[in-house]
Design a protein around this ligand. Structure first.
Ligand SMILES: Cc1cc2nc3c(=O)[nH]c(=O)nc-3n(C[C@H](O)[C@H](O)[C@H](O)COP(=O)(O)OP(=O)(O)OC[C@H]3O[C@@H](n4cnc5c(N)ncnc54)[C@H](O)[C@@H]3O)c2cc1C
Length: 656
């Protein structure tokens, strides 16, 4: 009998982690990737990976604190059992990666060094210089190569996943994919499919993501019936270098090592930053959030950068919006030892040495919090039942999702350095469930059924491909359409959103979608046709773009990265103390009402006419009750007081 086999789409951290673990469990893996797996986007991750360790424990940190920071950082939108399990696994994951050879930075005593990242007061982020993702990826790649040598893993590198193959019971039986060199299309038989295909930043044109992060694989399973959750939650990172081709991240680690964000108090002060005296600088994050300072979570930092540039007209430059990110006060030795990887990026692309001169930065699209909807099985203690086939399984039997392309863990806003750990965690913990799923499948389909299923699917994809190559000349240009889509999405669906703009954008995206279906190819060749691969990926961006817009349009509130000025919370700004107290009470009441209405995940399914249909799912918040997300903002003390006394009254009433 044929051994059980799983197709894993994606060779980033999540894909490699699940492949390694499945092979260990004696399940064969076909590992598919658009690029060589070592060039997956995970290699770009710079700053680090989160877990408590012996050093943070001495300062009072714990797994529960990591869990709490993650839930609070995500504005309570994540189901709590998977997040709790993640936080409790994190120290073991770092130990594992250490054993596998990752060269984590060390303290002089030999402990793994940790830096602080956003949304926590603990230095909880382990790192390998400023190239952490690359080191982690290479360590897992070595392990997967070992399994490749034993025949457990077969790699399909430079292959484009085109779609799942579902049997007449709606169960996944494999997939169809295209070799991006020979352009041959082939059906690959399997007992389950694991999507580990990363985020979809390319929908926004320029972002900090690799260009391969186009969401194509996710969109293809979405179009085949898998649900997509919380699409409207897209992270905009506060600190990136604007560029004509892409936006390059300057990692949060720069602030974690002491970097400070500021603008001159005089608008567009012409002096070089180093010549502007301290008292003439406005350290706006430190001023407004004295407790968290430059390390408030990303959604908050990004909005503050926007506010200081747009509302307060304090952008450093007049012709483009930007603020200073300054590390020039830090010792050169520290910068070279801990941040060389990112500082070299700035120096290379801006021609300025950030060790001497403050960097000019601005927010950029960075991370996809939403993703394929997937399930989990909760234990009585509120953790995950490891080994359950429900874990990470989507609504379509036999299709699983892990890593950045799933929607668990980060809710409405991801904390920095929580993604790498979530990728490895979801890969390692999904594997036993996937193995149980495939090992308990009733039987392989009969030969005849298999032939018709796979040959039929392959033929359909071949026909679609041929039709694309045969499109007449003179149709829309796919690259121009992509640039238009990116500009539109960036303008209306990033840091600040307004309903009329979202509505107009939806109509425009539908019109572009129709044009993309007619886009002409300049290359009709049968060898390494990147033009065809790009045009197909572009077509598949539209269902996700529409889902992002629909979700954002429907969600009339502010939560994490989703911000609509019309739905902000009321101000607490009265002069009279009694009136301020009353305003704080009203604030708390509104907070509770809003949670009753909106503390829900958006779940989209694509109808047969290509329109996303939304429904809402309750979020499991049974372990940490939602509370106002203030991060010590100046003026927030009264809200905190009012909230605490409300909670005390509610508890007393419950007891009596
Ligand atoms: C610049 C930058 C820095 C970051 N730094 C950090 C950090 O310090 N710490 C942290 O926790 N997070 C960080 N992140 C986030 C983190 O890097 C990602 O969330 C994470 O690496 C995603 O891993 P993944 O395995 O889910 O997907 P990826 O690493 O994106 O891999 C996706 C895989 O899917 C494959 N694929 C996609 N589509 C198809 C298709 N159609 N057919 C076949 N294969 C396909 C790709 O080839 C690739 O192998 C950073 C992100 C960016 C942009």
């Amino acid at each position: 009998m044929r051994k059980r086999r799983v197709v894993v789409v994606g060779g980033g951290l999540a894909g490699l982690a699940v492949a390694m673990k499945l092979a260990e469990l004696d399940v064969d893996v076909a590992l598919m990737s658009l690029s060589k797996v070592k060039r997956s986007h995970s290699a770009c991750a710079q700053g680090g990976i989160n877990s408590v360790n012996i050093l943070t424990r001495q300062l009072g940190d714990s797994e529960w604190n990591h869990f709490d920071d993650t839930v609070y950082g995500g504005d309570f939108l994540a189901h709590q059992p998977p997040v709790k399990e993640l936080a409790y696994w994190a120290p073991q994951i770092i130990d594992l990666m250490d054993r596998l050879g990752v060269t984590f930075n060390r303290t002089p005593e030999g402990f793994r060094d940790q830096r602080r990242f956003g949304g926590t007061l603990y230095s909880r982020t382990a790192f390998a210089g400023a190239t952490t993702g690359q080191q982690l990826l290479y360590a897992l790649d070595e392990q997967v190569r070992r399994w490749e040598a034993t025949g457990h893993v077969t790699k399909f590198e430079m292959w484009d996943f085109l779609g799942p193959v579902l049997d007449d019971r709606g169960r996944c039986r494999g997939c169809v994919a295209q070799d991006m060199v020979s352009m041959k299309i082939r059906a690959v038989e399997a007992d389950a499919l694991v999507l580990a295909s990363g985020g979809c930043g390319a929908i926004f044109g320029r972002s900090t993501n690799s260009i391969a992060c186009n969401g194509s694989a996710v969109s293809r399973v979405f179009q085949a019936g898998v649900h997509y959750a919380n699409g409207e939650f897209i992270q905009v990172h506060p600190t990136a270098i604007p560029g004509a081709d892409k936006l390059r991240l300057i990692s949060e680690s720069a602030r974690g090592e002491g970097g400070r964000v500021w603008v001159p108090r005089t608008p567009q002060d012409p002096r070089p930053p180093g010549e502007i005296p301290e008292k003439e600088r406005f350290y706006f994050l430190e001023h407004r959030y004295p407790t968290y300072g430059n390390l408030v979570p990303r959604d908050i930092a990004t909005r503050e950068v926007f506010n200081v540039c747009v509302k307060e007209h304090l952008s450093v430059d007049s012709e483009r919006m930007c603020v200073y990110l300054d590390v020039s006060h830090l010792p050169r030795e520290l910068l070279d030892r801990k941040l060389a990887g990112i500082l070299e990026i700035y120096e290379k692309f801006q021609g300025v040495d950030p060790r001497r001169t403050a960097m000019k930065i601005f927010p950029a699209v960075h991370y996809t919090m939403g993703g394929l909807w997937c399930d989990y099985e909760r234990t009585a203690e509120g953790g995950l039942a490891i080994g359950s086939p429900r874990n990470q399984q989507t609504n379509v039997s036999g299709i699983f999702a892990i890593g950045e392309c799933d929607y668990h863990f980060h809710g409405a806003n991801r904390l920095g350095a929580n993604s790498l750990v979530a990728c490895v965690f979801s890969g390692l913990t999904a594997a036993p469930g996937v193995a149980n799923y495939v090992n308990h499948l009733p039987r392989h389909p009969a030969d005849e059924e298999r032939r018709s299923l796979f040959e039929g699917s392959q033929r359909r994809h071949e026909a679609r491909y041929k039709a694309m190559l045969a499109r007449p000349e003179g149709g829309p240009n796919p690259y121009r359409l992509h640039a238009r889509l990116g500009e539109l999405m960036t303008r209306v669906a990033t840091a600040i959103r307004h309903n009329p703009e979202l509505e107009a954008a939806y109509a425009e995206v539908c019109e572009m979608e129709e044009q993309a279906r007619r886009a002409s190819l300049s290359d009709r060749g049968d060898w390494a046709n990147q033009n065809a691969v790009f045009a197909r990926a572009l077509e598949d961006m539209f269902p996700l773009a529409k889902t992002i817009l629909r979700g954002a349009l429907a969600r009339d509130e502010c939560r994490g990265a989703h911000y609509k000025p019309e739905f902000t919370m009321p101000q607490v700004d009265a002069d009279d103390p009694a009136e301020r107290r009353r305003q704080a009470e009203i604030w708390c009441q509104r907070f509770e009402e809003n949670n009753r209405k909106w503390l829900k995940s958006t779940v989209a399914r694509l109808s047969s006419d290509g329109e996303p249909q939304l429904s809402y799912e309750e979020v499991d918040t049974t372990l940490i009750p939602p509370r106002p997300r203030l991060y010590g903002v100046v003026g927030g003390e009264l809200i905190e007081e009012a909230w605490n006394s409300r909670q005390a009254t509610a508890t007393a009433q419950e007891r009596s």
